[in-house]
Design a binder for this molecule. Structure first.
Ligand SMILES: O=C(O)C(=O)C[C@H](O)[C@H](O)CO
Length: 302
């Protein structure tokens, strides 16, 4: 029987490149990026669905067609009349990628208004994936609705994976961000944080402290990413540091973490140990950062 991964969040119009003011238009967004790479990497028999809300404009239609063309399920994407997708531009500065957003009015902000649409989207999921960005863009009441629907899916047998994906610019306060991300982690089986993002928010001294904080609230499996430093994988009675392979070239680090998560989760689903899954994840992230924009040709990561 077909298994179903449901990824929930916001996909945007992405402008990458920018040399000579020339940009490449793409479609991306953290949870969509992970869905894209999971579509490439999951074993046979898995269907990938993306859950969000789009508008009824030209770019929403193009984005939906792009997802359909990639074989990512769009049947649970809601349409909000009069709204449009958000947009972000990437620029490189001080050796890292930076994002500038236009997303305040994005349709995706409305994706958790309709409780029954949300429940239908999650029904029968075998794995649910969401992030701190998924929550950040929603009205606080809608965050509660979404988490409730995820808990229901989990009670019905889904495994839940969560990347806190800290983006302080999207939250009204650091305190609300920290408490919401922590609450979200309590409904997840696998949490995939990035140490350097979490350190300034939670005061974690090292990756071990980041992992322990999530273990202390009952998370089964914690995978702490740390840029080019080794990833720390804690769970199932073991704790392993897995070094990153040196990438051939670094062009644009956009979606490094999202593709890492996709490769990690896909490998775990295929039966790999946490350590081997983290190795596979480093490999894929190392390829993705050699290219502009979030999404690269799936053939390059298989
Ligand atoms: O920052 C966001 O909200 C995005 O989704 C843009 C990028 O694709 C994402 O951050 C990469 O992780």
């Amino acid at each position: 029987m077909t298994k179903r991964l449901v990824s929930i969040g916001e996909a945007m119009i992405e402008m990458s490149g920018g040399e000579d003011r020339s940009y490449r238009l793409g479609f991306a967004g953290d949870t969509f990026n992970t869905a894209w790479y999971m579509k490439a990497l999951l074993p046979e028999g898995w269907q990938v669905d993306y859950v969000t809300a789009l508008g009824d404009d030209l770019y929403s239609a193009q984005m939906r067609a792009f997802m359909d063309g990639a074989g990512i399920g769009t049947s649970h994407i809601q349409t909000i009349p009069g709204r449009r997708p958000g947009l972000y531009m990437i620029h490189q500065q001080d050796g890292d990628r930076h994002f500038t957003y236009w997303r305040g009015q994005a349709a995706a902000r409305m994706m958790a208004e309709d409780r029954s649409a949300l429940e239908a989207a999650l029904a029968g999921a075998d794995m649910v994936y969401f992030s701190g960005i998924t929550l950040a863009i929603l009205h606080p009441r809608a965050r509660g609705r979404l988490m409730k629907a995820i808990v229901a899916a989990r009670d019905a047998g889904a495994r839940v994976a969560f990347d806190p994906n800290v983006r302080p610019a999207l939250w009204t306060s650091q305190a609300i961000m920290a408490s919401t991300l922590t609450a979200a982690a309590t409904i997840a089986d696998v949490v995939l944080p990035t140490h350097s993002d979490e350190k300034p928010i939670f005061g974690d001294a090292d990756p071990e402290a980041t992992a322990q904080r999530y273990r202390d609230i009952g998370v089964d499996e914690v995978v702490v990413k740390n840029g080019a430093e080794p990833a720390l994988v804690v769970g199932g009675g073991s704790s392993v540091l897995v070094p990153a392979t040196r990438p051939e070239r670094i062009v644009d680090a956009t979606a490094a973490g999202d593709s890492f998560n996709a490769a990690y989760l896909s490998a775990r689903i295929a039966g790999a140990s946490p350590e081997d899954a983290a190795r596979a994840a480093h490999r894929v992230a190392g390829i993705v950062i050699g290219h502009k924009g979030a999404l690269i040709d799936p053939e390059l990561v298989r």
